[in-house]
Every structure is written in C-alpha cells, then in structure tokens.
Design a protein around this ligand. Structure first.
Ligand code: AKG
Length: 296
C-alpha cells in the first residue's frame, strides 16, 4: 500500500480548483478560507456547552458492528455538556455524528459560508457537525449520496486517509453498502492481501483546515486530539453521479435494510464472502495468491 501526502493549497482560484482537484477527483486541503469565518474564533467547547449543554446526545464508540448488532444503536447517551468536558479532558473513543446540532442551534449557520467560489450546487439545508474524543476512529466509508464534501476541522488535529472509489474491491467493501472495516493505518496483509495493491492519500487536518473529499472517495479518520468538524456538501456536476447517489440513498439502502431485517447474520455472511471473493480477484490479477475461502 502506498499513501501520498494530500496537497495543501492557499487561496486557490475556482478555475484552478476545478482543473486540478474537482475534475480528477483528487482530495486537497484548502487553507486560508475559514480564517475570516466567525466560527474560526467562536466555535470553542465552552461556546457549544453554553448553547446546548443540557441536550442529551447519542454517542458511538470504536467497536465494529457484528452480524447481529442493531443499526445505529448508540453505545452511550449523555448530556452534550458532559460529553464536551469528556473530550476536553483526554482520550475517549466516543463520537457524535447522528445528531443534528443545527436543529437545536440554527444560528450556527451564520458563523460560516459555503465555498461557492470553488463550485456550485451546495446543499445548504444539510450542513453537519461531527465531534470526537482523542482516539476515536471513523471507519472507512464513502458518502452514499455521492456528493462532494468540504470538511472543516476545528479545535484538535485529525488524521485522514483517503482512497479513490476504484479501490472498493481492494478495501473488502461489503456489497450493497458503503463501509469497509479494514485498517489503513496498520494493514493486515495476511488477512487482507488485496490491500497491498492500494494507493491513496494521507493528511493531518489542523484547526481551520478545509479538506475537499471528492464524491465517492473513501475516507478513514483518526482523531489525534479531541475536536470537531463541519461538513458542507455539494452535488456532483455529473448528472449520472447524482442519479447514482439518489439510487443509493433510496433503492440500495432500502434493499439492504430489508435483507438485514429478514436474513440477519445470513445476509451479513453472504456479503462478507462476496467482499472476500472480489478482493481475491484483485490479488490474483496482480499475480498474487488469493486466500482460500471457507466453504459457504
Ligand atoms: O469528521 C468526522 O468525524 C467524520 C466526517 C465524515 O466522515 C464525513 O463527512 O463523511
């Protein structure tokens, strides 16, 4: 596996961004865009605590789902203020991502702007925030709607590893889903030999950095320090990519949910086996020896 550093650019023009990054689907860190946002100074832990400290929030630890685990079941629920104290006080693998803070504090939307000089088509109703303690992991995934994501980091640093969509088989992606549980920080080539043939990007985001994650690009994150991020998203200029994104969030997701509900672990095992089979094809096509699979 090879990881290349993500480019870091300052004050890039819209035209240069489109040619060098949007069209080739290449991630980039954009510096100098967020320094004038009120959020750059204002969005501190105490600020969020004062505005929403008493709200109960669902939290998720680093455990990977099992064939029988319930979808989106939180590992803990606690007051937002307590959670913020926890991430300020040291390592804790608890993340908050399925809670829309903008529903509770809509005025936060006045603290940032959309980078419309870079591209059009921002989904302005859907900004999202993510919080995590040091040591929290965001497992590899790509965004199902295939939008282009501009992710701004606040407070602490976060390592991000990215792979193009063409590497889905190398990553043992389970069919009908957008997730992979391989570890790109410490790849286990015995268990996941297809990962040897991966090429991707690596970066550490700092306070105020905006990372462009092109549509369909896989991303993995490790919170090196407690912190939070704002994601804004824009439709892809390609109509076929937009149509595929809509298909994914409607038909593909519904089909997978129905199968999960009706067949539980059997559906999971079928998908894991397919992921292994596809990855073996990659190993064999690169001249390696695929893993012998257990009989179904
Ligand atoms: O920053 C995070 O914790 C997760 C962000 C993410 O995965 C996304 O924007 O798709």
């Amino acid at each position: 596996m090879k990881l290349h550093p993500v480019d870091v650019v300052e004050n890039i023009s819209g035209e240069e961004f489109r040619e060098k990054y949007l069209k080739p689907h290449r991630p980039v860190i954009l510096r100098g865009i967020t320094e004038k946002w009120p959020a750059f100074e204002k969005w501190r832990l105490d600020y969020f605590k004062k505005l929403a400290g008493n709200i109960e929030v669902p939290l998720y630890d680093n455990s990977k789902p099992t064939p029988t685990s319930k979808l989106n079941q939180p590992d803990k629920v606690m007051k937002f203020g307590e959670y913020l104290d926890l991430i300020a006080s040291g390592p804790v693998d608890l993340r908050m991502f399925l809670f829309n803070i903008f529903d509770h504090i809509p005025d936060l939307c006045n603290d940032f702007t959309f980078p419309e000089h870079l591209m059009k088509g921002f989904l302005k109703k859907y900004p999202m925030m993510f919080f995590g303690g040091a040591g929290s992991i965001v497992y590899l995934h790509y965004d199902m709607d295939l939008s282009n994501v501009f992710l701004t980091q606040f407070h602490g640093r976060k390592r991000v590893i990215l792979f193009d969509q063409k590497y889905s088989k190398h990553l043992y992606r389970m069919p009908y889903g957008i997730l992979s549980y391989v570890d790109p920080e410490n790849p286990d080539y015995e268990k996941h030999p297809a990962m040897k043939y991966l090429e991707g990007y690596d970066c550490v985001m700092e306070h105020g950095d905006m990372l462009y994650i092109p549509s369909g690009v896989w991303h993995y994150m490790n919170y090196l320090e407690g912190g939070y991020a704002l994601a804004v998203r824009a439709w892809d200029p390609s109509l076929s990519t937009r149509a595929e994104g809509i298909f994914n969030i409607t038909a593909m997701r519904t089909f997978d949910d129905v199968m999960k509900k009706n067949f539980g672990p059997r559906w999971w095992n079928y998908k894991s086996r397919k992921a292994e089979e596809y990855a073996n094809q990659i190993v064999v096509s690169n001249g390696g020896k695929g893993r012998v699979l257990e009989p179904a």
